[in-house]
Design a protein around this ligand. Structure first.
Ligand code: NAD
Ligand code: MG
Length: 391
């Protein structure tokens, strides 16, 4: 029986993970569940999964949750705050840590799981985007097992030899390039001029996937794919020129590996995150995920086209930041978080998101990013500059 900590259990990935775990009660038990402020959702999850610990980031939410838990007579202990997130991620009582907190807030607990040598189911992209070198070093030095959950990275992972999957270095190993597929989001067929007037409601309505708000906007700008290029660089040890992006509107092929002998291996499936979650959980074996079998006749056709950097300037910015190295990708990420939040509150236009990121990258000097302090300082600096730019 494996014990699982779920960081961000009330979010889109958290809920899908619990759905998979509930299908295999003989294999997995929930050790800890965590959320930001969603008291009612976390309380419901506590009733169903009876974790040893439930953590809320927010103190007053934790008090409300504790009251409900006591009234129900449940045995779950309630904690609060960022330190408690770290505590349940590194605890000796857990084997697997699902990193599904959205944004930079996920970095510290995910890093703690790496330092404690856990099996990390990595959905959160920020640990690698902000501090890839540092994070991979902690994984390696502490014998942690890194299992990619982001559907593209999980697809690539499945197309690599099982024996090599924990090496994270594929340059010169017969891999010509990896190809990340992208649906192109809700605005892929819009003219550039029309993008100026799109609303937050339109941006979060993804054509193929159901996801949290932040990543949905990132999918519309294709910053999500940019962050995934950076994530792939660290997970697979490949330079930018060996990481391509291809538009594929049906989201059936989740990514591919192009080998030097001309073989291209692709992983396919219905767009449902329970597949990569189940794959990462059971690795190197397979378990049921609850996802319907793929019906290729019903899909009918698979289309591909170029991911145009002019149409998707955020994708170009992500490649540039990765090339620049050091904390440039942390600066990119921080400015993007501020810009997306402002767009969701209708404070800026959709087309201003890349403008704010580009200016933040120009204004904030990047450092080498060898230490967590450096990364967090540049992250904070970029947030301040982006906030200024909003004005
Ligand atoms: P979401 O917004 O649906 O859920 C986020 C979760 O994190 C919630 O449980 C929330 O309570 C918690 N949370 C939010 N802010 C927090 C904070 N400051 N401190 C502690 N907890 C906090 O997000 P999601 O769509 O499930 O995405 C989670 C992560 O997985 C993101 O990094 C995203 O990029 C990545 N991801 C998501 C998908 C997807 O299909 N949703 C796919 C690939 C990768
Ligand atoms: Mg993805």
């Amino acid at each position: 029986m494996q014990a699982v900590t779920l960081l961000g259990s009330t979010g889109s990935i958290g809920v899908s993970t619990l759905n998979v775990l509930a299908q295999h009660p003989e294999k997995y038990r929930v050790y800890a569940l965590t959320a930001n402020r969603s008291v009612d959702s976390l309380f419901e999850q506590c009733q169903q999964f009876e974790p040893e610990i439930a953590v809320m980031l927010d103190e007053s939410s934790a008090l409300q949750l504790e009251k409900k838990i006591k009234a129900k007579g449940l045995n779950t202990q309630v904690l609060f705050g960022a330190e408690a997130l770290v505590q349940v991620a590194e605890s000796q009582h857990t084997d697997y840590v699902m990193a599904a907190i959205v944004g930079a807030a996920g970095l510290l607990p995910t890093l703690a799981a790496a330092r404690a040598g856990k099996h990390i189911l990595l959905a959160n992209k920020e640990a690698l985007v902000m501090s890839g070198g540092l994070f991979m070093r902690e994984v390696e030095e502490n014998g942690a097992t890194l299992l990619p959950v982001d559907s593209e990275h999980n697809a690539i992972w499945q197309c690599l030899p099982v024996a090599d999957q924990q090496q994270h270095h594929f340059q010169g190993k017969g891999v010509r390039r990896i190809i990340l597929t992208a649906s192109g989001g809700p605005f892929r067929d819009y003219d550039l001029a029309d993008l100026e007037h799109v609303t937050p409601e339109q941006a979060v309505a993804h054509p193929n996937w159901s996801m949290g708000q932040k990543i949905s906007v990132d999918s519309a700008t294709m910053m999500n794919k940019g962050l995934e290029v950076i994530e792939a660089h660290w997970l697979f040890g490949l330079p930018t020129e060996q990481i391509d992006v291809l538009l594929h509107r049906q989201s059936i092929i989740h990514s591919m590996v192009d080998y030097v002998d001309g073989s291209v291996l692709a992983q396919m499936g219905n767009p449902d995150m329970r597949t990569p979650i189940a794959n990462a959980l059971a690795w190197p074996n397979r378990i049921d995920s609850g996802v319907a079998p793929l019906d290729l006749v019903a899909v009918g056709r698979l289309d591909f086209s170029v991911a145009d950097h002019q149409h998707f300037p955020c994708l170009a910015l992500a490649y540039q930041a990765l090339e620049a190295g050091g904390t440039s990708t942390a600066i990119l990420n921080a400015a993007n978080e501020i810009a997306v939040e402002a767009f969701l509150k209708s404070q800026i236009k959709f087309t201003q998101i890349p403008q704010i990121i580009e200016q933040a990258l120009e204004k904030v000097p990047a450092s080498r990013g060898d230490t967590l302090e450096e990364v967090l300082a540049d992250d904070l600096h970029a947030r301040k500059v982006a906030e200024e730019l909003l004005k």
